[in-house]
Design a protein around this ligand. Structure first.
Ligand code: G4P
Length: 537
């Protein structure tokens, strides 16, 4: 029953936001308060340091974006905190979606001046569909921003979730001093220091009615705060934990990740309210994190994270039971038993060997090339399968070939690797030997493909965009897909498993194809994999 004891204190979550809202900064500050790092890089070297903390790929350093997810772990006040870092680029990527499948809750970060932005909307929708609790952190309160009531209203209107402010900013528009804790009816004021947010900040706490605080705040700020509190209490929603748990109400916090104001109160309250690891749906019903029987699923594969190692890591989320280094598990998809000898945990670029881990934890396994996204690992003799990961129908296509035909071997190896990681989808045109057709959801994936083939496999590629926007797997006609009628404008391909599909330009062409081939089904995902609607803007 050890699993039960170790399960409760886990908090496994992802931070979702639009680029530049401050996700890297907040992650860093959570690590600072969690004691995992001792100095946050808020001064000149911040850029270099922040990449050292959560980014692995060179491309991110060049472009200042995060295109790959990392996992960070620290302990705080008896909780074990697992932060899943999601890519921050505008392009919606499948990688982000898969990462959210491994999280039990999400922190939605909003820039106080900008409100709810595009990428936040898309990621929010994914979390909403999964019904996981969503917590909101309104960031950059140290600057001029929108009125907090207006931000609340925007969240409710644009995202369709009720917001419950757990705290309220004290002094806004460049005069931010701290937060008012609604539950305790207490003000917490932060002392400005000269460390530029590098160190944890001292703060003082007291009653809003205390004359000392009244004086410290100044009459105008104190008065405005009291009015806001009265209005919130009168007109705002009640706090209902059940609604939070179902993703219908978002607890809202205000702060400034850069100056550290409000970071600690957020962390503590979030850890208290965020859910412990949830049960996961499998072929044998829901698997409870309290079960003693080990189970886990692969949600991310990443090769060549460290150029010095050139290895391939499969990230697994443990769903039940206890993991112990060296244990043998059953890999359901290959039907083989695998010994897990070198499990790793990650903080920045440091890797540590994991001796044991529990439900909610994320660990990285050395992958000799056997794992794929969505695979299940479980105790030998207990064959279960976690739900298949959704496949996003690609929307952009290009024909790709190696510039130098002598590099064909490395090219094929690199393409196979990136396909297994789920970074791209690869198709083959019958009879085309030298080239592949690549399908992606967002165009950034093309850039990553080009970059990684060059960096990791030394292969320059030629990429020719193709004028298609939809891929449909065809069934009902046997493997003889080229016999499709009236689809001369489309392109007939095979996926990596030899299943036929057709690329067409648009819905109109697809309809034409359907009308002309009544016995054929046109599927948005491979016949035995679940389809996912790509969340649209
Ligand atoms: P991201 O990962 O969400 O893309 O955002 P990131 O943390 O990189 O932050 C984006 C910019 O916003 C950075 O400024 C960062 O310093 C700033 N920022 C983050 N939190 C706060 C905050 O609470 N208040 C204010 N005023 N700014 C904040 P930059 O100029 O792009 O980078 P840098 O030179 O500061 O590194």
């Amino acid at each position: 029953m050890e699993a039960i004891i170790e399960t409760n204190p886990r908090r496994t979550f992802a931070i979702i936001s639009h680029p530049d809202a401050g996700k890297t900064t907040l992650t860093e500050k959570l690590l600072l308060y969690g004691g995992a790092i001792h100095l946050a890089g808020s001064v000149k070297s911040r850029k270099a340091q922040k990449h050292a903390v959560s980014d692995w790929m060179e491309i991110e350093k060049q472009r200042g974006i995060s295109v790959t997810s990392s996992v960070l772990q620290f302990d705080y006040q008896g909780y074990r905190v697992n932060i899943l870092d999601t890519p921050g680029h505008q392009d919606f990527s499948e990688d982000t979606y898969r990462t959210l499948l491994a999280a039990d809750s999400a922190v939605m970060l909003i820039d106080a001046a900008k409100g709810v932005e595009e990428q936040t909307k898309k990621l929010f929708r994914v979390c909403k569909e999964r019904h996981i609790p969503i917590f909101t952190f309104v960031n950059k309160l140290d600057r001029f921003g929108r009125n907090p009531f207006e931000l609340m209203e925007e969240i409710e209107k644009v995202l369709g979730i009720r917001a419950y402010p757990m705290n309220w900013p004290v002094g806004v528009d460049g005069n931010y001093q701290g937060v008012y804790n609604r539950q305790l009816a207490q003000v917490e004021l932060f002392a400005k220091d000269d460390s530029h947010g590098q160190r944890a900040l001292p703060s003082t706490t007291g009653s809003v009615a205390d004359p000392v605080f009244r004086q410290a705040l100044g009459e105008a700020v104190h008065h405005a705060l009291c009015e806001d509190i009265a209005l919130l209490d009168l007109a705002g929603d009640q706090f209902e934990y059940d609604k939070v748990a179902r993703g219908e109400l978002t607890p809202m916090f205000f702060g400034s990740a850069m100056t550290n104001f409000g970071v600690q109160p957020f962390l503590e309250e979030f850890l208290r309210l965020a859910p412990p690891p949830a049960p996961h749906r499998s072929s044998a019903g829901f698997v409870s994190p309290d079960s003693d029987v080990f189970s886990a699923f692969v949600f991310k594969i990443q090769a060549n994270m460290n150029p010095a190692h050139r290895d391939r890591i499969a990230f697994i989320r443990i769903c039940s039971g206890k993991f112990a280094r060296g244990m043998s598990v059953y890999h359901v998809q290959s039907g083989k038993q695998v010994k897990l000898t070198q499990p790793q945990q990650f903080l920045a670029q440091e890797r540590t060997l994991v001796e044991e881990a529990f439900p909610g934890d994320i660990i990285g396994l050395f992958d000799p090339g056997i794992f794929s996204i969505g695979d299940t690992l479980c105790q030998p003799g207990q064959e279960i399968r976690f739900e298949d990961f959704p496949v996003f129908p690609p929307e952009q296509f290009a024909r790709v070939q190696a510039k130098d035909t002598m590099k064909r071997k490395q090219f094929v190896k690199g393409m196979a690797q990136l396909t297994q990681e789920g970074a791209i989808q690869v198709f083959r045109q019958p009879n085309a030997v030298e080239s592949f057709v690549v399908g992606v959801v967002g165009s950034l994936q093309f850039e990553v493909l080009q970059y990684r083939l060059k960096q990791e496999y030394g292969v320059d590629i030629l990429m020719h965009p193709l004028p298609y926007g939809l891929a449909r797997w065809v069934t009902g006609q046997g493997p003889n897909a080229p016999a499709l009628k009236g689809m001369d404008n489309g392109m007939v391909l095979e996926d990596v498993k030899g299943r036929p599909l057709v690329l067409v330009a648009n819905e109109w062409q697809l309809k034409w194809g359907r009308d002309n081939n009544p016995g054929v089904a046109f599927l948005a995902a491979p016949p035995n994999g679940p389809a996912a609607e790509r969340p649209s803007a």
